[in-house]
Design a protein around this ligand. Structure first.
Ligand code: UD1
Ligand code: UDP
Length: 369
């Protein structure tokens, strides 16, 4: 029986690794599977663990208020040492591009375990954007023995970097597995208290949904973003709904600048099923999130991405996503134009699903069987 350790720490990793955890746990004749959370995030991680009903075997409980990259990286490596020494996994699975992913891959390499990288091969080839995620993902890819690429494009990046073809499997993105499960569960559970409370917030208004948290947008970037959102709110009869990321570098400018604008509603980060419901209910989405860029095309929602570049070009090519940077005028003019120009809106809201068919986790498990 193979011993598999699945490690994650932040909200998006948890959402995208939950289907993988479930798929390995189902195959308990082949695998002994344990979940370790670094808890790089705490509340936002716990929301996801609750929704997918996952109880970690190990919880390093590392999050500190306004933590920094140096101590977080060290704490993850040190925290994983006893876990790796006790369980001695054959393979450690990590996800994506966070500090948890890169530090865990390094610790697993030190321990002599094989490393599998889920969501491998995305690249901007600009080491400052996204920062520090581009380098986290490249480092993890260097260390990994197995690469689960979501798309052919991400596979071709890995091949260009001389990664052996037999170690790469194109799986689709596990976020689509998670998204499909969430959409089904919300449908099956129409008396859900959370959804009822969200319905009260949105009423019959048109909704612009916003998220933002990228480090390279801290400071002036967030000031511009908030000014753009104010401008949009002033030119729009509907409501701007913004579940604000708990990072204090985001909370402060957003609450200071947007706290008293009538038709902007700032709320706490939503549990996954609530956020998926809100995406479905929105007219457009304005975000700098990686995961949201992948989910929105499947839901037929146009997305303005507040970044200069993206490691997820597929939805830009499909026409659902436009890059607007953290440029005040670009964000507000593109949003207002999309709200008003119904032909353009229709073209951008055509359904696209470049990121998978909901069977990515199953493919990853079968690879190890
Ligand atoms: C992290 C990841 C980023 C990912 C993002 C997803 C790194 C370097 N950054 O960024 O790649 O896109 O998560 O959201 O790995 N906080 C809370 N409660 C929480 C979560 C965060 O209070 O549940 C606050 C804490 O003060 C914490 C701070 O946010 O110290 C920053 O968290 P951190 O994980 O370091 O950075 P993120 O900006 O969340
Ligand atoms: N999300 C959520 N609640 C929210 C906002 C986002 O559950 O209030 C989900 C979203 O559906 C996506 C993921 O969180 O799957 C994206 O996380 P985030 O933007 O924090 O990180 P990134 O994807 O940019 O790494």
């Amino acid at each position: 029986m193979k011993k598999v350790l699945i490690v994650f720490g932040t909200r998006p990793e948890a959402i995208k690794m939950s289907p993988v955890v479930k798929a390995f746990q189902k195959e308990n004749l082949y695998f002994e599977t344990r979940v370790c959370v670094t808890a790089q995030h705490r509340e936002m991680l716990d929301q996801v663990l609750d929704f997918f009903d996952i109880t970690p075997y190990y919880d390093l409980d590392l999050m500190k208020p306004n933590q920094n990259l140096y101590s977080l990286t060290g704490d993850i490596i040190n925290g994983l040492k006893p876990v790796l020494e006790e369980f001695v996994p054959d393979v450690v699975l990590v996800h994506g591009d966070t500090t948890t992913s890169a530090a865990t891959a390094l610790a697993a390499f030190y321990a002599g375990s094989k490393v599998g990288h889920v969501e491998a091969g995305l690249r901007t080839y600009n080491k400052l954007a996204p920062f520090p995620e581009e380098i986290n993902r490249q480092l993890t890819g260097r260390i990994a023995d197995y690469h689960f690429a979501p798309t052919e494009k991400s596979k071709s990046n890995l091949l260009m970097e001389q990664i052996a073809e037999e170690s790469i499997l194109v799986t689709g993105n596990t976020v689509i597995d998670a998204l499909f499960e969430s959409v089904e569960r919300v449908k099956d559970n129409i008396d859900n208290d959370l959804i009822n409370s969200l319905e009260k917030i949105v009423g019959d208004h048109e909704i612009v949904l916003v998220t933002g948290h990228r480090r390279e947008n801290f400071g002036d970037g967030f000031l511009n973003i908030c000014a753009a959102l104010k401008e949009i709110a002033l030119n729009f009869n509907g409501k701007v709904i913004y579940p604000v990321h708990l990072n204090p570098n985001v909370q402060k400018p957003v609450h200071d600048i947007l706290g008293d604008v009538d038709n902007i509603k700032l709320i706490d980060p939503l549990p996954y099923e609530g956020f998926v419901w809100m995406m479905n209910r929105s007219k457009i989405i304005i975000t700098d999130s990686g995961g949201v860029q992948e989910e929105a095309p499947s839901l037929g929602k146009p997305v303005l991405v507040m970044r200069e570049t993206t490691e997820r070009p597929e939805a830009v090519d499909a026409g659902t996503v436009i890059l607007v940077g953290a440029d005040k005028n670009k964000i507000s003019s593109e949003a207002i134009d999309l709200i008003k120009d119904s032909d353009r809106y229709k073209r951008m809201s055509a359904l696209h699903n470049p990121y998978g068919d909901g069977k990515a986790a199953e493919r990853i498990v079968n690879f190890f069987k």
